[in-house]
Design a protein around this ligand. Structure first.
Ligand SMILES: Nc1nc2c(ncn2[C@@H]2O[C@H](COP(=O)(O)OP(=O)(O)OP(=O)(O)O)[C@@H](O)[C@H]2O)c(=O)[nH]1
Ligand SMILES: [Mg+2]
Length: 388
């Protein structure tokens, strides 16, 4: 950085002198009227002094740019435009693009944060803090704002700074969104309730059936049987067969719709029959059509969609939408123990409006499954530390 002072009879002249010497990119730091020093100063008019600075590096770069620009307009020198460009190799260009993208997403993030602050401006500080907690737990901005608005409306004027009071109001509001909890309903007046679990691959359908079957057998003293349609992988049927053997309940591995019908008939006197299905890609029409045929034959009392909480909210809703052609009754959310946040549960339920049957929180059969009560879910939604 070069700094210099210019003294002239008036501002225009001083500026002209500065521009001539320092270039058009120079910045005026200070302007001041000054008297000439000494006895003569008393009789002469005041002068103007400007202090000007210029960044040498910027100056050099602009000059270079200007030179290239000028060169490009010389006849026959068109090629020098690209040759003179600063970005030479594809790697440099790619790295520049990457930098630009990073900057873009940083700016987007800042914009979002500013928007979030704006949304709750004027609300008591404690309420704003809970709003941020909900967002940190991945709860959709609009839903979080709804909750916070309810809290603000319900907060008595003398409790504006009462953290515990506000926390309870937030939990109440959250509970309202997740109050529909409906585990499997077994009709005691009739036998043969058929429950089918469907969902994408690897979400935990088979493990969850094993947990449910074991709990119903040992805790609720129900008669349970298993049917698996998953004959695509050798290990898949074996996985469920092993669980069935340990629990001591019958299992049928079926290969087609006729066998499915026969198996259901065979277990007509059981209290519950679980049907395990192969993981299906919701975006594979052929697989979905095949599943539909099996569902028509089985005519299950309950179709439960199994979703993993480790999946993003928008994708969970997409998956539900694809599977919704089967009249889904309930949702089981799995892998809660692996999730970084739980907002996905609320965002999905808010969108699809289906009850939650269970959540699963680990690989252990039969322990890691729960019928969550709304308060437990609300605490989870407020933050990991609140619930676990
Ligand atoms: N951490 C964790 N792992 C789970 C949970 N539930 C299931 N798993 C694990 O997830 C993996 C897949 O589970 P499966 O039960 O085979 O899943 P699936 O949906 O039947 O898979 P496909 O039949 O291949 O579609 C296994 O390693 C399970 O132990 C859970 O709640 N938490
Ligand atoms: Mg399976």
């Amino acid at each position: 950085m070069k700094i210099k002072k210019f003294l002239a009879k008036d501002y225009q002249t001083a500026l002209k002198m500065a521009k001539a010497e320092m270039g058009p990119d120079a910045i005026i730091l200070h302007t001041e009227k000054v008297k000439k020093k000494g006895i003569f100063g008393l009789f002469s008019p005041p002068q103007v002094e400007i202090t000007v600075a210029v960044d040498e590096t910027i100056k050099v770069r602009t000059d270079k740019k200007r030179d290239n620009f000028a060169a490009s307009y010389e006849p026959g020198k068109r090629e020098s435009v690209s040759a003179g460009n600063q970005i030479k190799s594809p790697e440099e260009r790619e790295s520049l693009f990457r930098e630009l993208n990073t900057m873009k997403s940083m700016m987007e993030e800042i914009r979002n944060k500013m928007y979030e602050v704006e949304l709750v401006r004027g609300m008591p500080e404690e309420i704003q803090r809970f709003f941020r907690m909900l967002l940190e737990n991945n709860i959709d901005k609009d839903i979080a704002l709804n909750i916070i608005n309810k809290v603000e409306n319900r907060l008595p004027p003398d409790k504006l700074h009462d953290k515990m009071w506000i926390r309870d109001l937030v939990l109440d509001a959250l509970e309202e969104y997740v109050k529909e909890i409906r585990p499997i309903e077994i009709d005691v007046c009739r036998k043969g309730t058929v429950v089918m679990l469907i969902g994408p691959t690897g979400v935990g359908k088979t493990t969850t059936i094993a947990k449910l079957a074991a709990n119903l057998t040992f805790m609720d003293k129900k008669e349970v049987a298993l049917i698996t349609l998953d004959t695509y992988r050798v290990a898949a049927a074996e996985q469920l067969r092993t669980f069935a053997e340990i629990i001591g309940i019958p299992i049928s591995v079926v290969f087609d719709q006729v066998e499915l019908k026969e198996a259901i008939e065979k277990y007509r006197e059981k209290d519950v029959v679980f049907i395990d299905t192969a993981g299906r890609s919701p975006y594979n029409d052929e697989q979905m059509a095949e599943l539909k045929e099996y569902i028509e034959v089985a005519a299950p009392d309950e179709i439960i969609l199994v979703l993993s909480v480790t999946t993003q909210s928008s994708e969970l809703v997409n998956i539900y939408n694809r599977f919704s052609l089967f009249n889904i009754d309930k949702i089981i959310f799995t892998k809660v123990d692996e999730a970084r946040s739980y907002g996905q549960i609320l965002n999905t339920i808010y969108e699809i409006k289906k009850p939650i049957a269970y959540i699963t929180n680990g690989q252990n059969v039969p322990d890691d499954i729960k019928v969550p009560d709304p308060l437990y879910l609300a605490k989870m939604l407020l933050g990991k530390d609140e619930a676990l």
